[in-house]
Design a protein around this ligand. Structure first.
Ligand SMILES: Nc1nc2c(c(=O)[nH]1)N[C@H]1C(S)=C(S)[C@@H](COP(=O)(O)O)O[C@H]1N2
Ligand SMILES: [Mo]
Length: 160
C-alpha cells in the first residue's frame, strides 16, 4: 500500500490488515454482465439458501492464526446463480477499504475439501459484527496470508 502507483485492490498487500471498517453500512454494490447495478443488503443475503462451513482458520504469515471458526452465510456460487441468469466467468470481491480478490467460475463449481467460498454474515452461530468484517468473504481452503478473507465487502463484480 506504500507505493505511489494507484492501488489495485486485486493485488492487495499481504501484511498489516486494516483493523477499521470503512463505514458502518454493510450493504454492497453488485454489478453483473447484464442489468443495472444492485445494492445488496445483509437481509437479502439472509433470504438466500444458507450454508455453514466448519473448521475455518484466518491464517496470516507474520501475524498469526485465529480459529477454528464456523462461518455461515451463502456460498459465493449460490449467490452468483441467484443474481445471474446467463454466462459468467469470474467474480471480483472488493472491500470498501481497497482490498480484494478474483475467483474463477471453475473454482466455485468444484469446491476444495475444506469447503466452498462463502459470503459470511455469521460466525459461530451469531451475527458477524461490522468490526469483524460483515459481510466477509471466507475461503476455507486458504492456508496462508488471508488475502482472500476479504472483510467489509463493498462491491462484487460478476464478469462475463
Ligand atoms: N477489507 C479487508 N480485508 C482484509 C484485510 C484488509 O486489510 N482489508 N486484510 C487481510 C489480511 S492480510 C488478514 S491477515 C486478515 C485478518 O483478519 P482478521 O482481522 O479477522 O484477523 O484479513 C484479511 N482481509
Ligand atoms: Mo495477512
Amino acid at each position: 500500500m506504500s507505493d505511489e502507483h494507484e492501488h489495485d485492490p486485486l493485488q492487495p498487500h499481504s501484511h498489516d490488515p486494516n483493523p477499521e471498517p470503512p463505514g458502518e453500512d454493510a450493504a454492497f454494490v453488485l454489478t453483473r454482465p447484464e442489468g443495472a447495478p444492485l445494492t445488496i443488503t445483509v437481509a437479502q443475503l439472509q433470504a438466500l439458501p444458507g450454508a455453514a462451513v466448519r473448521e475455518c482458520y484466518i491464517v496470516s504469515t507474520g501475524h498469526g492464526t485465529s480459529g477454528p471458526f464456523t462461518f455461515g452465510g451463502v456460498t459465493l456460487y449460490e449467490f452468483v446463480q441467484s443474481y445471474v441468469a446467463g454466462a459468467w466467468s469470474q467474480v471480483e470481491v472488493i472491500s470498501g477499504d481497497g482490498f480484494g480478490t478474483r475467483v474463477d467460475r471453475a473454482e466455485l463449481l468444484l469446491p476444495g475439501p475444506a469447503g466452498p467460498l462463502l459470503l459470511a454474515h455469521t460466525i459461530d452461530g451469531r451475527p458477524l459484527t461490522r468490526a469483524e468484517g460483515l459481510v466477509r468473504l471466507i475461503d476455507p481452503g486458504e492456508r496462508d496470508d488471508a488475502l482472500r478473507q476479504v472483510k467489509w465487502i463493498g462491491r462484487i463484480n460478476i464478469l462475463p
